[in-house]
Design a protein around this ligand. Structure first.
Ligand code: CP
Ligand code: NVA
Length: 307
């Protein structure tokens, strides 16, 4: 069975811990190197990753591409509209064909079911580059960022504010694995999936739903926001209205611990889910977070490929 990276809920805590350790080590090891220079061990020499996108991407695309180059491997990027998959070839056949050409597949999919189908039929590892349901690579980079800023994950209180979306799901999935407390603050109708919250709690995760964002942020060590309108959402006007009271601004950050960190996976919409004063202010680490996609995903790929 290939080792797929589809959901943090399915990967043992010890293996996720090892991936994070590797991400830190790889980042340190290449300090001072030009971006286009390979890591000295080049562990993926001779390996190729296919990167398939059904929706837009800046960070995921550039970070995986540079990660493969720095690991000594290569990659092929295709937008689904360029592929036969975009005009009806089945996921199953696509999985079987790509398995003959490349060593791994990263997919950004509209529908999580399609990612699962790809993984089921591929004989090579499949990595989740975001679906409508979750975004596990993002959270590995986020956790790396918090540790890099001197925080111990198992003693942190984190608060998610806004839409209970795909990024929120991966934070929930990782809660029991890393031991942090997670408050999820969403308005009615935008809550995170109950099944993920229940599963996290059953595994010992300290996940609480706190509808009032001011209460949810009280004393928080980390405050997290994401867009109110994710890719594929069609009800933008309604969302803007319903989520208006969930903007992370100075008033809300003022409820959190004095040294609280602000996270956002980007792309951000200043004046909507976050004020410019917060995302561009001293508590924000969003560009370290973006950079760490590169380092965390290198470790994910080594874990998947077993090299
Ligand atoms: N955070 C993130 O996944 O960004 P992209 O959509 O630009 O890849
Ligand atoms: N929730 C956002 C994340 C983008 C990286 C989306 O799915 O569009």
């Amino acid at each position: 069975m290939p080792k797929h990276f589809l959901s943090l809920a399915d990967i043992p805590a010890s293996e996720l811990r090892a991936i994070l350790d590797e991400a830190h080590a790889r980042k340190k090891a290449r300090a001072g190197l030009l971006k286009g220079v390979e890591d000295t061990d080049a562990p993926l020499a001779g390996r190729t990753l296919a990167m398939l996108f059904e929706k837009s991407s800046t960070r995921t695309r550039f970070s995986f591409d540079m990660a493969m180059r720095q690991l000594g491997g290569s990659n092929i990027t295709a937008l689904s509209g360029d592929m036969q998959m975009g005009r009806g070839e089945t996921i199953e056949d696509t999985a079987k064909v790509l398995s003959r050409f490349v060593d791994g597949i990263m997919l950004r999919a509209n529908r999580h079911e399609d990612l699962l189908a790809l993984a089921q039929h591929a004989s090579i590892p499949v990595i989740n580059g975001l679906t409508d349901y979750n975004h596990p690579c993002q959270i590995m980079a986020d956790l790396q960022t918090l540790e890099e800023h001197g925080r111990e994950l198992n003693s942190l209180r984190m608060t998610w504010v806004g839409d209970g979306n795909n990024v929120a799901v991966s934070f929930i999935n990782a809660a029991a694995k890393f031991g942090y407390e997670l408050n999820i603050s969403c308005p009615p109708g935008y809550t995170a999936p109950g099944a993920d919250i229940e599963r996290a709690r059953a595994e010992g995760g300290k996940v609480r739903e706190v509808t009032d964002p001011a209460k949810a942020c009280a004393g928080a060590d980390v405050v997290i926001a994401d867009t109110w309108v994710s890719m594929g959402d069609t009800d933008a006007d309604e969302r803007m209205r319903d989520l208006a009271a969930y903007q992370v601004n100075d008033a809300l950050m003022g409820r959190a611990a004095k040294d609280a960190i602000f996270l956002h996976c980007l792309p951000a919409h200043r004046g909507e889910e976050v004020s410019a004063s917060v995302i561009d202010g001293p508590q924000s680490v969003v560009f370290d977070e973006a950079e760490n996609r590169l380092h965390a995903q290198k470790a994910v790929m080594r874990w998947c490929l077993g090299v």
